[in-house]
Design a protein around this ligand. Structure first.
Ligand code: SAH
Ligand code: TYD
Length: 408
């Protein structure tokens, strides 16, 4: 457990703990907790550099390996989102397939990088989880099965590779040594190169009380203030921010080298002013957030217990990483939720980390037609509702817990 901030080394204190937590994507072949790894999921906020961070986490190799359970391509909506990401950066930075070299940190199954690859850009995906990297490679994407670290960047520099664009999505908050990451990005960028990435947004999490964004992989939940401060220390300058609706509220950040002549867009100062207005730079905001999490936990448990007393059948929908936090923090097990339906083959037939709820394929969900489903994949609500309405195979009533616990 750290006692000093990972970024600026000031002393940092815990403002809350979500209790003993297993690996969020650690779906298990059997129900036993015998060999399961648990850590104390405590969180802190650095009063000096304003970084929101986990105080402890499992080793990256325990989370990102050849049996990684998250495949980006399971959502159609995310596939189109990443198409839009590609089109927007290519046009904004006038990238040319014949000239520009693109690096993606954490390309997973290639959901974003495939767009560059198809358009003929020279590119490299960096992806430590071998099984998802294999899917990218099978699509014809150049991908190295590695963590993005100093060794890899030295290798690339030795080969004479420098990047016009480094992209990433939902990965940078997974990297414990952020100072090192920023230094490596700065060395790999061409003089006028840009680093564009998006991450779950602290402002959205505080507003929606979506505490389930906090889990082992998300070592940080960023704000523009905290990232601008952290990366400025390593010679990177924030030049643009774009709010995104994905993953329940994300922010896309654009950085360039300090010495670049690029001029920051007006919305950078607007976003930073809005963050101050929201109190994201103020420790008191996180005390209030802790109270809100406790209320949300109480309300979700109370609702599920009431439904159980009434004899209703309840399942979960979407065995998300986020659901590991909700289930373990709220103490929800098989007594309250019979199974979780999920479309990802590698999760089906397994049990949820810590709470041992079976993950089943959607057919089981349709056949048993439960009375209620807790929408753990709430960030895909529209895609899921549209799909289920079109299929018409279930008459389930949905339970939402973000931003408020309610039956939809
Ligand atoms: N970019 C995809 C995947 C996000 S999941 C999307 O937005 O859907 C996070 C991914 O980051 C995983 O595939 C994981 O293996 C990868 N990852 C984690 N740490 C990494 C690191 N240090 N360098 C590169 N990739 C990393
Ligand atoms: P997601 O919310 O993207 O990720 P995280 O693990 O980061 O919290 O995960 C969505 C999960 O929901 C994934 O396991 C696939 C599943 N899912 C379905 O079962 N049905 C669907 O229609 C969709 C869109 C997702």
């Amino acid at each position: 457990m750290i006692t000093t901030c990972r970024i600026c080394k000031s002393s940092i204190k815990q403002f809350m703990s979500f209790g003993d937590m297993p690996i969020a994507n650690g779906f298990k072949a059997d129900k036993s907790n015998k060999d399961e790894f648990f850590y104390d999921m405590a969180v802190g906020f650095c009063n000096d550099c304003k970084m929101f961070q986990l105080l402890d986490h499992p080793e990256p190799e325990a989370m990102f390996n050849d049996s990684y359970a998250f495949f980006s391509g399971t959502s159609q909506a995310m596939t189109s989102h990443f198409r839009g990401f590609y089109e927007s950066v290519v046009s904004k930075y006038k990238l040319d397939a014949a000239e520009s070299f693109i690096v993606e940190i954490g390309c997973n199954d290639g959901i974003l990088l495939d767009n560059f690859s198809q358009a003929g850009f020279k590119h490299l995906g960096v992806e430590p989880s071998g099984n998802v990297a294999d899917v990218a490679i099978a699509k014809g994407i150049e991908c190295t099965k590695s963590f993005f670290d100093t060794n890899l960047v030295s290798d690339l520099l030795n080969k004479g590779i420098k990047a016009d664009l480094i992209v990433s999505a939902n990965v940078i908050c997974h990297i414990p040594d952020l100072n090192d990451l920023a230094q490596n990005v700065a060395s790999l960028l061409k003089e006028d190169g840009v680093f564009v990435f998006e991450e779950p947004y602290l402002g959205a999490m505080i507003e929606k009380i979506s505490y389930d964004q906090i889990y082992d992989e998300h070592i940080y939940i960023f704000s523009a203030i905290s990232l601008q401060t952290a990366f400025a220390r390593q010679g990177l300058r924030l030049i643009d921010t774009e709010k995104q609706t994905t993953h329940g509220g994300s922010m896309r950040y654009h950085f360039c080298l300090d010495e670049s002549e690029r001029v920051p867009a007006g919305q950078v100062s607007e976003v930073i002013a809005a963050e101050k207005e929201q109190g994201l730079d103020n420790a008191g905001t996180y005390d209030k957030f802790r109270e809100n999490c406790e209320t949300s936990k109480y309300q979700l448990r109370t609702l599920l217990e009431k439904l159980k007393d009434e004899g209703a059948s309840v399942c979960g929908y979407g065995a998300t990483s986020k659901s590991t936090t909700v289930l373990n923090y709220c103490g929800i097990g098989l007594d309250l939720i019979a199974f979780i339906s999920d479309t990802t083959p590698i999760k089906q037939g397994k049990y949820t980390p810590g709470t041992n709820i079976p993950v089943v394929e959607p057919d089981v969900f349709y056949e048993s037609n439960p009375d209620y489903a807790v929408l753990f994949a709430w960030n895909h609500e529209k895609e899921i509702m549209d799909k289920e309405e079109k299929l018409g195979k279930s008459s389930v009533k949905w339970i939402r817990f973000v931003p408020l616990v309610e039956i939809i």
